[in-house]
Structure formats: structure tokens, C-alpha cells
Write a protein that binds this ligand. Sequence first.
Ligand code: 13P
Ligand code: SF4
Length: 307
Amino acid sequence: MELSEKINALKERKNAVILAHYYQRPEIQQAADYVGDSLELSVKAAATDADIIVFCGVHFMAETAKIVNPDKKVLLPEPNAGCSLADSCSGQDFMDFIAAHPDHVVVTYINASAAVKAVSDYVCTSSNAVKVVNSIPKDRPIIFAPDKNLGRYVMAKTNRKLLLWDGSCIVHEAFSADRIIALHKKYPKAEFIAHPEAEPHILKIATFIGSTSQLLAYVKKNPKGTFIVGTEAGILNKMAEAAPEATLLPAPTMASNDCSCSECAFMKMNTLEKLYQCLKDEMPEIHVDPALARKALEPVSRMMQLS
Ligand code: 13P
Ligand code: SF4
């Protein structure tokens, strides 16, 4: 039996659902029941009636699935699949930061640990960060964490000043504006589209900015177009599936070798073999302290109501 067939058989037998982020390896996206961005996957996780959720993504994503589903078993094929952004903000440091600014409303990007979410007023994703900030009365000062690049983007879109945590994503900070411009000279009809985790000077040259799902939807609207894509290269799989006639070019990075695409090493830690093993052994399992999970659920639920 092929590995993918074994995964399917186990999934049926155990009433499991496989959720995968767009940045996962193509064969994992193929094996998944749902592929989506962080917001869509959290919503799917909250709505599922499966007994087991296998989350093919990174730790904070699987942890969010557990927060919205405390009674279900949540598995992450590779337990070390972390996130540079989530790691930039520890629960204790964040509590100290909030304590120094007690009058602020706290908006936290979903790329954060359960401990950080638990001390936040709202969680947001890149799909709804602008909406979440706009829902807060204009006279209230706001802390936005942990991604300073998304924070700056939200500031520009909402025309509000946000107090930013100094965190960023190693993948989205790797793009090279010079190399993107050089590539654009080779493909003058190409549109450069980017994720808001990219740095301001990169976003400045983009014609469209959006979450992974929004970037995918943008490509679908012009299925014969040419796009230089400024986010993790895994999304190109779904774009190519949805728009087979589009020309899709991963945005070049500053890497000195010839690697022209940006890959999240954490996301790519999950493999089909690990997915199979994890379904078979029902581990590694994600655990969140129940009291912490209850606190973290409040800002996540507020986000979901707004979405
Ligand atoms: P999305 O919200 O677009 O899925 O982004 C998740 C992420 O980790 C981007 O680096
Ligand atoms: Fe974290 Fe960046 Fe990887 Fe997304 S791409 S999971 S933000 S390190």
C-alpha cells in the first residue's frame, strides 16, 4: 500500500481530520482534508466533528486547534515545527510589556503561544488584522504583537498608531527588493504580490498585499497572469492547481546561493512519513493547560465572531 493510502485508511478508521497550511509540502497538502490559511484552519478546527485533528503546520497552529477544541486529540506530525515569530515573544516578557502599558488594548497575531494569547484581548490573523483593529474604539491605545511588519501594515491601513512588539518572520524578512525588481525587468507584465509579514520596503513595491488565502484568490481572478509571489513558496502549489495557465515565480531572497525561493524550514519539517507515523501512534499530541486554554479561547473567540 502507498503511504497516502495507508494514511487515508487510518484516517477513516480513527475518524481523524487532516488540516494543512498552504506552506506544507505538496504531498501533505494532497493528503489533507482541508488546506487553508491560519484563519480558515482555525475555523475548520473549531467546527470539526472528527475525534482526532492532525494539524500539518507549525506548533502555534496546532495549539490554537487545541484551544478551540480542548476535548479533542490534536496531533502535530513534527513537534519541533516552531515559528521564529512566535518564538520572539515569550509569555513572561509579553506580560511585562503589557504591565508597562496597562491602558492598552492588546491585539495579538495568531502566530503566538497560548501563554501570549491568554493575556491578549483579541487574536487576529493576516486576513482580519485590519478588521480587528478597526473594531476597537478610536480613543483606545493598542499594543500589536508579535509581528512588527504586519503591525506597520495595519497602521498604514487603519491610520492608527500601534505600539509594536519587535518580532518578525525570518522567511518574510528574506526577500530582496533589488532581486525582485531585476526579476520584474525580465517579466515586465508580472505583478508582484506579497504577504503583509514582509518588510515595508518590500510591501511598497507590491501591487497587492494579502494573507495566503487572499493571495491565492487574487491569482484565481487573473488565471493567465504572471505573478512574482512574496510569501513562502509552498503556496505556489495551490496557485498552480487553481490557475494552471498562470506564470508563478517565487519572489527572490537575499540568499547568496542561487536559491531563489523562500521556504519556511519549520513548516517543511512535517513529512508524509511523519504524518503517517503520527496518525498510527496518535502522537506527538499537543497539550495546553486547561486553565490557560480557557483564557486563550476568549481572544480567539472574539476574532472568530468578528470574522
Ligand atoms: P496566513 O495567515 O496567511 O496563513 O499566514 C500564516 C503564516 O505563518 C505566514 O507566515
Ligand atoms: Fe512562522 Fe514565518 Fe514560518 Fe510563518 S513562515 S510559520 S511566520 S517562521
